[in-house]
Design a protein around this ligand. Structure first.
Ligand SMILES: [Zn+2]
Length: 403
């Protein structure tokens, strides 16, 4: 069983150890190395593994993964094999570990405050690349938190963090353990390790924690969303919270400059802009509709078909709302037949008093369909000419035959 050096000192980045075993790794070109003692943290309890280096006389290997097996042996996935008995120096990526400790420590503070202030019980921690999340069982099966509750949690947690209370980890004796005011029952029976975050929170945990609450830094909740009947609380801590603040400020400042307003006025300015855009769009649609109607009328031909005005037109892209509005207004007038191609879209329509089946007609020249008075489809502009010819000849002959 590997001696876990991080239990006693979570800031131990460098240590000496001896290789006790070496086996092939899961991927080709990798080996799993066991040491008699290690400060590398193996993935567990939602906290990801450490990375770093193993160095020895005349060589070094990169540690890309760390796992513990059921027997408590810690296996370091390295890019070189090592002979058992080799003395090595382990070096941990302290920046990565510090980040993990900030997120993990923040999670304890958040879970403690959630329990104390809102009666919420947290289940598990997911420490992600960008942010972290905990799922909380809330009273009455609620799956969300109000804005006030989120503020209460953030204020409580950050006030406690600023008190910079010591964080203590230890293995209590059975008698002591029974008396400890733990937030929830330990999931393990033997070798229960306790972490106390000042007087604010006490629970069993085998992870790595900062030395005091102040070293967690800022804790900020990003979102609370329902997840499988629980409330998923997503948050960032420490350096991540600072980076997020920097990013948000950068974009908020840019948006403020673009809208010529202070950041606090952004949502009002954006809502106003959206409203004005909608008004302008409405006006533009009205102009476009009128313009299209004018084009339909100018393109009419009364010689093509007896008793009806035929407009066969190919137009460039137009706002689809304006096209639909113009078409319906056009065929509301009596005696109109419209064969229209706008972009790739075809619309065949006619007035109620004209007896042509537009659905049947469009199916003869393109892909599409619809009602007898209006049909639409997709096709090349040349379809318009073909449809016009059909109407000019067949319809005309039919009408002539009738006469
Ligand atoms: Zn912990």
């Amino acid at each position: 069983m590997t001696e876990r050096l991080y239990y006693d000192d979570a800031y131990l980045w460098k240590f000496e150890a001896e290789v006790t075993a070496c086996r092939n790794g899961k991927r080709p070109g990798t080996w799993e190395i066991a040491l008699d003692r290690s400060a590398f943290y193996p993935t567990s309890g939602g906290q990801p593994f450490d990375t770093g280096m193993l160095k020895w006389k005349g060589g070094s290997a990169r540690v890309a993964d760390v796992e513990a097996d059921a027997d408590g042996e810690v296996w370091h996935t390295a890019d070189k094999p090592l002979e058992p008995g080799t003395r090595v120096r382990g070096e941990i990526d302290g920046e990565r570990r510090t980040d993990h400790m900030e997120q993990h420590g923040g999670e304890h503070m958040l879970a403690g405050a959630l329990w104390e202030k809102l009666g919420g019980v947290t289940i598990g921690l997911h420490l992600g690349q960008e942010d972290s999340s905990i799922d909380a069982d809330l009273p009455e099966g609620r799956t969300h938190l109000t804005e006030e509750e989120i503020l209460l949690l953030e204020d409580t947690v950050n006030r406690r963090i600023r008190k910079d209370a010591p964080i203590r980890c230890w293995f209590p004796e059975k008698e002591e353990l029974k008396k400890l005011p733990l937030r929830k029952e330990p999931t393990v029976k033997e070798h229960v390790r306790i972490v106390a975050m000042g007087d604010f929170e006490m629970v069993a945990c085998g992870g790595t924690h900062p030395a005091s609450t102040g070293r967690i830094g800022l804790v900020k909740i990003i979102s609370v969303t329902p997840a499988r009947g629980k409330a998923r609380i997503t948050f960032v801590c420490g350096g991540r919270a600072l980076r997020m603040f920097q990013t948000y400020m950068k974009y908020a400042d840019k948006a403020g400059a673009a809208l010529s307003c202070p950041v606090a006025e952004l949502s009002r300015a954006a809502a106003e802009l959206k409203y004005r855009m909608a008004e302008i769009q409405k006006k533009a649609n009205r102009y476009e509709t009128e313009d299209l109607l004018g084009q339909f009328r100018a393109g009419e031909n009364r010689e093509d078909m007896p008793g009806a005005a035929l407009a066969a037109l190919t137009l460039p892209e137009h706002e689809s709302k304006a096209v639909a509005e113009a078409v319906s207004r056009y065929i509301a007038e009596p005696g109109k037949v419209l064969l229209l191609s706008v972009g790739e879209k075809l619309t065949f329509a006619r007035s109620a008093d004209v007896a042509i089946d537009m659905n049947a007609l469009i199916k003869r020249v393109a892909r599409g369909g619809g009602r007898p008075d209006m049909a639409s489809g997709a096709g090349i502009p040349e379809c318009i000419g073909v449809a016009r010819k059909i109407l000019m000849t067949e319809r005309y002959q039919a009408a002539a035959g009738k006469g």
